[in-house]
Write a protein that binds this ligand. Structure first.
Ligand SMILES: [Zn+2]
Length: 697
């Protein structure tokens, strides 16, 4: 009976593309239950004491055996994200706990660790290709960081710390969300709305009405908070929202939502966890799987960047203060004036309308431009192709060699829908690898070719008043987003590695994985590309150079100040997890003040409680990793500058080298080795500074 249902289950068809034409929510439970069972059986077999630990008897069957579950669950997760109707949500949520439990157990299965250790100690190891040695090393590393080498009597404590940390992180975000929701400001006097855009006023009015009140209701959620800080002429309103925002989840609010003790406890537990693992502090643990070598290296990096950005940041602040005084009549520039005055200065200096820019980025032109960039840079061809799809909006393409051999394929789902998760993302449907035995005959060269999902949330084409379909137009930020995700896409698709765990983005260090995506963004600022990539929706005219120059100037507006702000957060995060003793005299706020004295050009009020809402590091995955934003920006800007030095953004040999040394190798070697091979030297911050207008070109 069961096997009958399973035989026809589209989630269990791994012969080619996901069967979006056939898969139904009811297929999820039987398929995933079956695959979890198979995976568990396999693990029991592979961890048998009598099984020889070799690549072909252990590592390969394990990768092979875990892939079907990952692929099938990937399809379910994808549908949950892009077609979040009740039936799919229910099907996804019903199996999620079981799937999560399986992967948690896998990471704690130290019998697997023992087998990998035996491979590493065997004579075979030295004979393995370096990509496979790296896979074994990654496994050993991850198991070690999960406590695999702890003495047995310490393991329960380690486990308890992990569990407490997970619940503290959840509590931290809950407090922050509840504190964010707890505040609202009801404005009764219409005069206080001066400066606010019409749509923001309407939203505030509707929010008050929902509470059965008159007037306008403002909250600390971004769509309400940001426009107030940016546009509201009322200094009182700005100050009120600023203070409420800056003191969320702190001792200034309800005690049950105060994150002060959680922060201390999280830091203590992380420190204890690090010491159990044999490291001096948590920052060292965080850096083990990252590209950065040591805390000292990252500190030097951040301080170097801060030093170079400082004169520009000081100039930015001086300009802003002078402007606020003379043009806005603000004798002192308070923290709640900064965004407001900056917006006014930006408008005065580089006034251009986002809406005007948007008219030039019509969908067909943008896609054609993007495809041409990829084809030219990497000597490939892109063509429309056919596949079962989950929605009529979706398009499907193939990437080929110039002689017509298939390299990879991707889905493009551009438009926002009510049932689609927000934001933009790249995800993998199929990864490149040597095909499993049962499919090898059907693949001409024995290689399973990669497939990617590219998802955005852009506005779809609309029918205008004359009943004609008007092409979709994108903001410049949306175009940048599309290029960014495509950068992740080509990293996944253009890999030439045949071992799945290090093919494409697999196994790439966390602080290097944004290199290809940020690299691709540069082409949205490349004048040699833009005229080809734009056509005004009404006139067909390409983007005028004068408008582009304004966009470029606005891009670098206050880049000194912005850089120092990011460095301040990153430095605070890193020092907090390395040079700070949670049990000591000095408080978290003392440390933050020291960091600010070192790098900040605008110091917030004394009552500001930034750490209490720093969820990146207390509730997200960024602890001792916030520096990665700037780190990856430096790498990508430095890579792009290799093209500038070669005289063209499309220089053929440089493009080939980027493909061969960065994209194609994926995670099969350390990111620094790939960078060195491409650039011929270590990364420097100069290219990023130049691009941001902080060094003369
Ligand atoms: Zn990204």
């Amino acid at each position: 009976m069961t096997s009958c249902i399973l035989a026809d289950n589209p989630l269990l068809d791994f012969s080619d593309l996901p069967r979006f034409d056939r898969v139904r929510p009811d297929d999820v439970e039987p398929a995933i239950t079956h695959l979890l069972g198979e995976a568990r059986k396999l693990i029991v077999r592979l961890t048998d004491d009598d099984l020889a630990a070799t690549w072909s008897s252990f590592a390969e069957p394990l990768t092979d055996g875990l892939e079907p579950l990952a692929r099938a669950w990937g399809v379910v997760g994808h549908l949950h994200a892009v077609n979040d109707i009740p039936a799919w949500r229910e099907a996804y949520n019903r199996m999620l706990p079981e799937v999560a439990r399986f992967y948690a157990e896998l990471g704690q299965n130290f019998k697997l660790f023992a087998k990998y250790r035996a491979i590493a100690a065997s004579r075979e190891f030295a004979q393995l290709p370096t990509a496979r040695q790296r896979i074994v090393e990654h496994e050993l590393r991850d198991f070690r960081l999960a406590g695999a080498e702890l003495a047995d009597e310490l393991k329960p404590r380690f486990q308890a710390i992990s569990e407490e940390l997970a619940s503290l992180a959840a509590k931290f975000s809950e407090n922050l969300l509840d504190a964010t929701n707890a505040f609202s400001e009801l404005v009764g006097d219409e005069g206080e709305l001066s400066g606010l855009p019409e749509d923001v006023r309407q939203a505030a009015r509707a929010a008050a009405e929902r509470d059965g009140k008159g007037g306008w209701k403002f909250t600390l959620h971004m769509p309400s908070y940001l426009p107030v800080m940016q546009y509201a002429d009322s200094r009182r309103l700005r100050a009120a929202l600023y203070r409420a925002f800056a003191t969320r989840a702190s001792e200034f609010g309800p005690p049950e939502l105060d994150n002060t003790q959680l922060i201390r406890r999280i830091l203590e537990l992380r420190r204890e966890e690090a010491q159990l693992l044999g490291y001096a502090n948590f920052a060292e643990v965080s850096l083990v799987p990252k590209m950065a070598d040591s805390v000292a290296q990252v500190l030097t990096f951040l301080r170097d960047l801060a030093g170079k950005a400082r004169p520009f940041a000081e100039r930015d602040v001086a300009e802003l203060r002078a402007f606020a005084r003379t043009e806005l009549g603000l004798a002192t520039l308070e923290a709640w004036d900064v965004a407001y005055a900056s917006e006014k200065l930006l408008q005065q200096r580089y006034a251009f309308s986002e809406h005007e820019v948007k008219q030039y980025f019509t969908e067909d032109k943008v896609l054609a431009g993007l495809f041409r960039v990829i084809e030219t840079l990497f000597s490939v061809r892109l063509k429309p192709d056919h596949a079962p799809l989950w929605h009529d909006d979706v398009r499907f393409f193939r990437i080929e060699t110039p002689t017509g051999d298939l390299i990879g394929r991707f889905y493009l789902d551009l438009y926002a829908r009510e049932t689609k998760r927000g934001g933009a993302w790249m995800d993998e449907a199929v990864s490149r690898r040597r095909a499993r035995a049962e499919f090898r005959a059907a693949t001409p060269d024995g290689i399973q070719k990669p497939v990617a999902y590219l998802n955005c949330n852009f506005a779809r084409p609309l029918v205008d008043n004359d009943g004609k379909l008007r092409p979709a137009t994108f903001t410049h930020d949306e175009v940048i987003t599309l290029f960014h995700e495509t950068g992740h896409g080509v990293h996944h698709l253009l890999t030439r590695v045949d071992d799945l765990p290090v093919a494409g983005i697999h196994g790439v260090e966390w602080d290097a994985v944004e290199l290809p995506s940020q690299f691709m963004e540069n082409y949205c600022w490349e004048w040699s590309v833009l005229p080809e990539m734009t056509a005004h929706v009404d006139t067909g005219e390409a983007l005028p150079r004068a408008l582009f120059d304004k966009m470029l100037a606005a891009r670098n507006f206050q880049s000194g100040m912005q850089t120092l702000r990011q460095v301040e957060f990153a430095l605070f995060d890193l020092l907090l997890h390395s040079a700070f003793d949670p049990a000591g005299e000095r408080s978290v706020l003392d440390l933050l003040n020291e960091v600010r004295r070192e790098v900040a050009v605008i110091v917030p009020p004394e009552w500001h409680r930034f750490p209490h809402s720093f969820s990146h590091i207390f509730a997200g995955g960024y602890a001792a990793g916030y520096y990665s934003y700037k780190w990856a920006e430096v790498l990508s800007a430095d890579c792009y500058s290799a093209f500038e030095e070669a005289g063209s953004a499309f220089d053929r040999t440089t493009g080939e080298r980027f493909l061969n040394e960065i994209l194609a190798v994926g995670g099969s070697r350390p990111a620094i080795d790939s960078f060195l091979a491409f650039r011929g030297r270590a990364p420097t911050v100069d290219a990023l500074l130049r691009r941001s207008g902080m060094i003369a070109a």
